[in-house]
Design a protein around this ligand. Structure first.
Ligand SMILES: [Zn+2]
Length: 85
C-alpha cells in the first residue's frame, strides 16, 4: 500500500506506514487511540511527580536558607553547648 501521506510503499498487510506512522486500518486507529490515552495518563503522572519534586526542592532551599539566619545559628549552638555541661 502506498501511503497517502508520505508516498512510502508499504507491505499490503501493513496497519500503518513504516515511514510516517499514518494509520491505514481502523483496528490500528483504535490501538493508536488507546496508546495515546495511556501516554496522556503517563504524562499527567510525570507532571504531578515533577510538581512534587519541585515542592520538595523549594522546601529544602527554604529550610537551608533558614539555617543561615543568625538567630537560627544561635539557637542551634545553644543546645550543643548545654549538652557538654
Ligand atoms: Zn507514510
Amino acid at each position: 500500500m502506498t501511503c497517502p501521506r508520505c508516498g512510502e510503499l508499504n507491505p499490503r498487510e501493513a496497519e500503518s506506514c513504516t515511514r510516517c506512522g499514518a494509520i491505514f486500518k481502523p483496528e490500528a486507529a483504535l490501538k493508536a487511540q488507546d496508546e495515546y490515552i495511556e501516554l496522556r495518563k503517563a504524562i499527567e503522572e510525570l507532571r504531578r511527580d515533577i510538581m512534587e519534586l519541585r515542592r520538595i526542592v523549594e522546601n529544602r532551599s527554604r529550610y537551608e536558607a533558614c539555617l543561615d539566619e543568625p538567630e537560627v545559628q544561635q539557637s542551634i549552638k545553644i543546645p550543643r553547648e548545654r549538652s557538654w555541661l
